[in-house]
Design a protein. Structure first.
Lengths: 101, 808
């Protein structure tokens, strides 16, 4: 398993996504209104939209390109749309945010 | 301080006008009402029903004592104003009371006309005008048997029907040879007479009354031809006279009625007249529908919001006698220059006539089946052409046809003629307030509150709505799935409770999704910004990416940059500058847009603030729900056809309105002649220069749903263009749904309505004031971000590249 330190919690404003690149991989990081942090692959299952720039509501993000609603917990696109993005486990320790690959 | 408003006459027209005033501005006036009758305002029309035994006197009260109290109105019932001093602005009453006024309304109604014949003052002779008359007749009927009604018009026939119901024998005396000659043509009149005879009335036609005789009380009527009849009760229903004595005495110009202009102003400043006592353009009306229209106009005028003037009314009549259906409206007589279409079914006693003048429907008479009366009345008022008349209107009603009549009515068709309430308004009220009974509909909409003739239609509508068609009206347009509230309800709550953030709105109003969604969050953000200009700070996390980053996101996650090029006019230096910046940042595509400016496409998010700084140009808002471009044509400076300086005006408009947030994007154009090279006809606001002025078009759209713009008005100067456009934009900002383009909005609220709002000087001034407040709170967002390191960090910079570290 790999673990990546992707930054501090202060770098993640609430309900505004941030993008981080790890080699060829691009992740979207979100800190929700309830202060939970999620990481998903930053490619919308529809047409590859930049999810990090979507509107965040609860544990969902709305893709900025065509408004698909993606669940941050399991990566599932919500009905009527179908598809899934890969999700990654996140740990926050002493204000540092780690993603497990 | 509140102005003092005094109303003389506590009757139907006057009190309705007060209701309209309260609706417009509850706080403007301290209101005092004088009424000679010892009752609160009641429904005079229904006296006929009281006499006929269908209704009790208690049931006809329109405004209860408590209503006056609740609205802070001082009512002096049973007190008559005897003197008006317009110099000192005060009135005096028969009880010696003196009250000052700033504004004074005469609504003294009319007096029944009593024939000046010997014996007219004998006990047992009465008019039919008020509660007292009605009580008197009911009392008489208890002891006496023989009644005579003088007058075969509406009032006389309704009285006669009532007296029959009270168990009296009734003779109806009429001077002409057919009944209701002012409302019916001879054919309909004869059918009516036949029907009423069947009901038990006895008619004495072409009889002129010479005297009433009797010893101590009336015992009979003698006619000029020497014949006579016996009568214990004589009802005079020969007409009414406007009650103008007080006005005349006070030095107000009086003709048949108190002379008023189109705003119901009399010849004396601060004195108005409304109702049956008023004479407008030579006409005195004796039915409530026109009086209520007058009341509305007067209310606006007196509240300082002069809107549409009162220009007179077409009236329609219905006789309130059960078992008889007659209807007439407009010019119903066959005279020189008219033609008519008639249907006469003698066997079933159905007669229908539509009168046409120069191809237009101008009048109608219906007997036996009046179900299409309202529909015809609408057509007459609109001046529809004959082609609009479907022949089925004239065919005999089939037994099952009634239900389909309400269904077939358009939403704009009037159901209640007295109060001018449309089918659409009733359906909406039913849907919104879950109304179940005719009485509830009456209380919410006023429909059937006056003569009650439309009760049947309202009942049918209810049935219809609560059944099959309910869905059409019950689907309320909510903001999104997160709430059951409509835009209007949310806005009202925001203002009333002074909610200041998106979050607050959602939690106070019980949003189903605690944090909303991609539809309501940007919408709420817009509404809050519109309601609290300068006070509300946009919430970045509630904005769609384009508006958050002030650039258009592209399919590949890059962005585009479109700087302002006012009116599409640029300079060599500006072009050079743009070219240099494009080169410096390796912009993959430079494109001339359809909006007459330059688009730098494929810019990385992190580069945006730097590019903006290097360009040093303001944002073109190509990404926003705001003013986009003002497209212009060459104009008279160069073009051989140009009549006006279109580029100059276009630049000025873009500079005036740039940065203004709107419910959806707004595009404008200015062309210098009707050839319209700037495509003004498909813009939200399109200006076309003509010789000596400018035409202003609104509601055009060149996008998904092509729509040609409507001509709003023509003005003379550039200043007027700016003013009208500003007022239009502000009204759009305030009343459109978020994401509703002007094309949809204009269709929804109606061009006429928009005109009414914008053409009213006061309203326009207020709109412009609010517009300027909103405009002055804006600043260029690019510059703002360029100067704000924190914003750049928060919105434009990502975390960057990270190395994975293996863990055991
Ligand atoms: C750049 C431009 C095309 C061009 O290269 O010429 C353009 C580009 C886009 N248009 Fe447009 N429209 C452009 C002129 C138009 C015009 C023509 C005009 O304005 O004269 C129209 C039809 C006129 C109208 O709006 O009435 C037009 C009707 C639309 C619509 C449909 C709007 C509608 O109400 O039906 C959309 C979709 C929307 O806004 O929801 C749209 C949306 C878009 C978006 C913003 C798509 C999006 O939401 O991301 C495109 C962004 C591309 C980009 O990244 O820059 N664009 N678009 C034009 C920019 C003009 C400018 O300088 O600002
Ligand atoms: C029996 C009957 C049936 C009718 N049926 C219909 C119908 O079916 N449809 C229809 O549209 N219309 C109908 N009308 C006509 C309708 O009622 C009138 O048009 C309407 O009431 C006029 O309203 P107004 O306010 O002008 O006058 P009113 O309602 O008469 O009010 C005037 C009031 O002012 C008071 N007043 C007068 N002078 C003074 C003073 N100096 N000081 C204090 N108070 C004063 C009077 O006492 C009166 O109460 C009917 C009328 C009658 C009598
Ligand atoms: S028409 Fe407009 S929205 Fe459609 S692809 Fe072209 S630029 Fe994009
Ligand atoms: S790419 Fe995300 S919705 Fe289309």
């Amino acid at each position: 398993m790999m673990r990546v330190e992707v930054g501090t919690i202060e770098q993640l404003p609430k309900r505004l996504g941030k993008c981080v690149r790890i080699g060829a991989l691009e992740l979207a990081l979100f800190r929700t209104g309830e202060d939970r942090v999620y990481a998903v692959e930053n490619r919308c299952p529809h047409k590859g939209g930049d999810l990090s720039q979507g509107i965040v509501s609860g544990e969902y993000v709305f893709c900025p390109l065509h408004d698909w609603k993606i669940c941050l917990r399991d990566g599932q696109a919500q009905a009527p749309d179908e598809g899934c993005v890969k999700t990654y486990r996140v740990a926050v320790e002493d204000g540092c945010v780690y993603v497990e690959l | 301080m509140k102005r003092k408003l005094v109303l003389i006459g506590n009757g139907m027209a006057g009190v309705r006008c007060i209701e309209e005033i309260l609706k417009l501005d509850r706080e403007a006036f301290e209101i005092t009402i004088f009424g000679s009758e010892p009752h609160p305002n009641y429904n005079r029309i229904l006296l006929s029903k009281v006499l006929q035994g269908d209704t009790s006197i208690d049931e006809i009260t329109l405004n209860s004592w408590e209503w006056y109290e609740r609205n802070g109105i001082r009512l002096f019932a049973g007190e008559t104003v005897t003197e008006v001093d317009s110099e000192r602005r005060l009135v005096r009453t028969d009880r010696g009371r003196v009250v000052e006024y700033d504004e004074l309304i005469f609504a003294t109604g009319s007096n029944p006309f009593i024939l000046p014949v010997p014996g007219a003052d004998l006990p047992g002779v009465t008019a039919f005008r008020d509660i007292q008359d009605c009580e008197r007749m009911i009392e008489y009927a208890k002891t006496y048997k023989k009644a005579a009604v003088i007058g075969g018009g509406l009032l006389g026939l309704e009285a006669a029907r009532g007296l029959l119901n009270l168990g009296m024998d009734v003779d109806v005396i009429h001077i002409f040879d057919y009944l209701m000659e002012r409302q019916l043509d001879p054919t309909a009149s004869k059918l009516l007479q036949r029907e009423l005879e069947k009901q038990g009335m006895n008619f004495l036609l072409r009889k002129e009354t010479a005297e009433l005789f009797g010893n101590g009380r009336v015992e009979g009527v003698r006619f000029k031809d020497g014949t006579s009849i016996a009568a214990d009760l004589v009802v005079m229903a020969v007409g009414i006279r406007p009650n103008v004595e007080l006005a005349r005495k006070s030095g107000i110009e009086v003709n048949r009625g108190i002379v008023v202009n189109d705003y119901l102003e009399t010849s004396v400043p601060h004195i108005y007249a409304v109702g049956e006592c008023a004479e407008h353009r030579g006409v005195v009306y004796g039915l409530v529908a026109p009086l209520y229209e007058q009341g509305k106009v007067l209310a606006q005028a007196i509240c300082g919001r002069k809107g549409k003037p009162y220009e007179g009314s077409v009236v329609s009549t219905q006789l309130k006698v059960s078992g008889v259906d007659v209807f007439s409206a407009g010019e119903f007589m066959d005279v020189e220059g008219t033609e008519s279409i008639k249907l006469y079914d003698e066997a079933r006693s159905v007669y229908k006539k539509v009168v046409v003048r120069e191809g237009k429907i101008v009048g109608a008479v219906l007997f036996g089946d009046t179900s299409e009366g309202r529909k015809l009345f609408d057509m007459i008022q609109r001046g529809d052409s004959l082609e609009a008349l479907s022949l089925s209107l004239l065919t005999p009603a089939s037994s099952g046809g009634k239900g389909s009549l309400v269904a077939a009515m358009a939403d704009t068709d009037v159901v209640c003629g007295c109060n001018g309430v449309t089918k659409g308004a009733i359906c909406q009220a039913i849907a919104e307030h879950g109304l179940k009974t005719v009485a509830e509909v009456r209380d919410y909409t006023n429909a059937s509150r006056s003569c009650g003739g439309c009760k049947g239609l309202v009942a049918e509508l209810l049935e219809h709505m609560l059944g099959e068609e309910a869905n059409r009206y019950t689907v309320k347009e909510t903001i999104c799935g997160c709430t059951d509230l409509s835009r209007e309800e949310v806005l009202e709550a925001i203002e009333q409770r002074r909610l200041m953030t998106v979050k607050e709105v959602m939690s106070v109003l019980g949003w189903k999704n605690e944090e909303g969604c991609s539809k309501c969050r940007p919408a709420l953000n817009y509404y809050l910004g519109m309601l609290y200009p300068g006070e509300y700070d946009e919430e970045a996390e509630s904005l769609f990416v384009n508006e958050r980053l002030h650039a258009n996101i592209q399919a590949d996650g890059t962005y585009s940059v479109v700087p302002r090029i006012y009116g599409g006019v640029t300079t060599a230096e500006q072009l050079r500058n743009i070219a240099d910046v494009a080169e410096k940042y390796n912009v993959p595509m430079i494109k001339i847009t359809g909006g007459q400016r330059i688009d730098l496409l494929g810019v990385k998010k992190e580069d945006l603030p730097r590019i903006w700084a290097d360009l040093g140009m303001p944002s073109g808002y190509a990404y926003a729900k705001a003013l986009r471009t003002v497209k212009t044509c060459v104009g008279k400076q160069f073009c051989r056809f140009g009549t006006q300086d279109s580029t100059g005006l276009g630049i000025r408009m873009e500079q005036t309105f740039e940065r203004l947030k709107t419910p959806h994007k707004v595009k404008m154009a200015v062309s210098a002649c009707p050839r319209n090279c700037a495509e003004s006809g498909i813009k939200d606001v399109g200006i076309v220069g003509v010789e000596g002025g400018w035409e202003i078009y609104v509601g055009g759209n060149g996008g998904t749903h092509l729509r040609a713009a409507d001509l709003l008005c023509t003005v003379k100067t550039e200043d007027e263009v700016i003013e009208m456009t500003g007022a239009f934009l502000q009204y759009y900002r305030e009343s459109a749904h978020y994401l509703e383009r002007t094309s949809k909005w204009v269709e929804r609220v109606g061009l006429e309505h928009i005109r009414e709002v914008l053409f009213d000087v006061e309203t326009r001034r207020a709109l412009l004031e609010r517009l300027h407040k909103a405009l002055s709170a804006t600043k260029d967002p690019w510059r703002d971000i360029v100067e704000n390191e924190r914003l750049q960090q928060m919105l434009f910079r990502d975390i960057g590249d990270k190395e994975p570290v293996p863990v055991e």
